[in-house]
Design a protein around this ligand. Structure first.
Ligand code: OSB
Ligand code: MG
Length: 371
C-alpha cells in the first residue's frame, strides 16, 4: 500500500506546565510544542516535534523546528510516494541534525499508515510485547531538598516504579544521599543532562555509594569517548541520552563500552525507523533500553507508549500520566497510570487516543497548512 501525503498542517500549541521543570540547563514553565498533521485520502496522522523552547538540551528549538519542517522537510514529503513510513526519514537525511523536527513528520506518517491499515501504532511498528508499560517519573531540580523529598513521596505513593532526579554541580551528592536515606529501597537514578566533565570523575564516583540503577548523561552532549573513560571508573551503569542521535552513535557507544543502558527518545533519533534500529542493536548486545520523555503533549506521549511495547524496553521509562504536566491534555482520554505504575496500551487504531479538537483549537497559537 503506497501512500502519498497530500497535505501537512503544522500547529504550534502553547500550554503552561502544572509545575516548573528544571534541569541542569534551565527551568521550563510553559511549553511551545509543534504538532504535525499529515493527511492522505482524508485520513490524518499525527506527530509531535519534541524539541524544547530553547536550544539547550540539544541544538533544536521550537522556532527553528518550525522553519526546518516548513522549508526543508515538508517539501520533500508532500506528493512523494512511499512504500512505507519507514522510508520517510531518508527523504530528509540530507539535513544535518534537527532530528526532532524530522522525527515529528516521520512519526506522523507512521501514525497515518497505521490508521489507514486500521491497526494500533504499536502493532504497526512491530511492538506489542507489553500490554502494560512500566512507568517511572523524572523529577526536576526543586527549590529545596524538603520540596524534592515531598515530591518523591507523592510519586512513590502514586505507584511509579522508578524515580529519576535531576542533578547538577551543587545539587548532587548531598541531595542524592538525603534521598537515599529517606527512601532506602526505591529504584532511583540521576540525570545530569551533560553538566559535568571528566575532571569531575571523583565527584561522580561518590554516587556509587547510593546504588543508583544508572547515571544518565553525566558528560557532554556529544562526548562518547569521555563517557567510556568515566564508565571504566564507575560501578554504576551510565545511561546515554543526548549522545545517541543515530544508530551509528549507539554502535560506537556499545563498542567503546561507554554505557550499560540506553535511553531511546523517539524525536532525538529522528523517528521510529532509527528508534527501532537502535532498539534491535541494543537488544543484540544485551544493553537494556527505556523510553525517555521531552515533556510531551498527549500525542508525543501516546507515541512513546507505542514505542515502549518493544521487547527490549525492559526498564521503566519516563512516560507518565498527562496530569503530571497538564491541567487538560489535548487527547482524550488523558494518559493515566495505574496504582501499580503502569499504562495500559490502547487497542484503538493509530496512536490509540482521540485528538480533542476543541481544546486543540483553544491552545493553538500558530497554524500553517502546506500542500
Ligand atoms: O534529559 O530526559 C531528559 C525533559 C526535558 C529535556 C530533557 C529531559 C527531560 C526529562 C523529562 O527528563 C521526561 C518527561 O517527559 O517526563
Ligand atoms: Mg536525560
Amino acid at each position: 500500500m503506497a501512500i502519498q501525503i497530500e497535505k501537512i498542517t503544522l500547529r504550534e500549541i502553547a500550554m503552561p506546565l502544572v509545575h516548573f521543570f528544571e534541569t541542569s540547563f534551565g527551568r521550563t514553565t510553559h511549553r511551545r510544542i509543534i504538532l504535525v498533521e499529515a493527511v492522505s485520502q482524508g485520513v490524518s496522522g499525527w506527530g509531535e516535534v519534541t524539541c524544547g523552547e530553547n536550544p539547550f538540551y540539544n541544538e533544536e528549538w521550537t522556532d527553528a523546528a518550525w522553519m526546518i519542517v516548513r522549508d526543508y522537510v515538508a517539501p520533500r514529503i508532500l506528493r512523494a510516494s512511499f512504500e512505507s513510513a519507514a522510508d520517510v526519514g531518508e527523504r530528509s537525511e540530507h539535513i544535518r541534525g534537527h532530528y526532532m523536527a524530522r522525527g515529528g513528520v516521520e512519526a506522523a506518517v507512521w501514525d497515518l499508515e497505521a490508521r489507514m491499515k486500521g491497526v494500533p501504532l504499536w502493532d504497526h511498528i512491530g511492538g506489542g510485547w507489553f500490554k502494560e508499560i512500566a512507568c517511572g517519573v523524572s523529577i526536576g531540580i526543586q527549590n529545596s531538598v524538603p520540596d524534592l523529598l515531598k515530591t518523591i513521596e507523592k510519586e512513590v505513593a502514586a505507584g511509579y516504579q522508578r524515580i529519576k532526579i535531576k542533578i547538577k554541580p551543587g545539587w548532587d551528592v548531598d541531595v542524592v544521599r538525603e534521598v537515599r536515606r529517606t527512601f532506602p529501597s526505591i529504584r532511583l537514578m540521576a540525570d545530569a543532562n551533560s553538566a559535568y566533565t571528566l575532571a569531575d570523575a571523583d565527584r561522580l564516583k561518590e554516587l556509587d555509594a547510593f546504588h543508583l540503577t544508572m547515571i544518565e548523561q553525566p558528560l557532554a552532549h556529544d562526548e562518547i569517548v569521555d563517557h567510556a573513560a568515566l564508565q571504566a571508573q564507575l560501578d554504576t551503569p551510565i545511561c546515554l541520552d543526548e549522545c545517541i542521535r543515530t544508530l551509528h552513535h549507539a554502535e560506537q557507544a556499545i563498542r567503546l563500552q561507554a554505557c550499560g543502558i540506553i535511553n531511546i527518545k523517539l524525536g532525538r533519533v529522528g523517528g521510529f525507523r532509527e528508534a527501532l534500529r537502535i532498539h534491535d542493536l541494543a537488544q543484540a548486545n544485551s544493553i537494556p533500553v527505556w523510553c525517555g520523555g521531552m515533556l510531551e503533549s498527549g500525542i508525543g506521549r501516546a507515541h512513546n507508549i507505542a514505542l515502549s511495547t518493544l521487547p527490549n524496553f525492559v526498564l521503566p521509562g519516563d512516560v507518565s500520566a498527562s496530569k503530571r504536566y497538564w491541567t487538560r491534555d489535548i487527547i482524550s482520554p488523558a494518559v493515566e497510570v495505574s496504582p501499580q505504575g503502569t499504562i495500559s496500551v490502547s487497542e484503538a487504531p493509530g496512536f490509540g487516543y482521540d485528538v480533542d479538537h476543541n481544546y486543540l483549537r483553544h491552545v493553538t497559537v500558530r497554524e500553517e497548512t502546506l500542500a
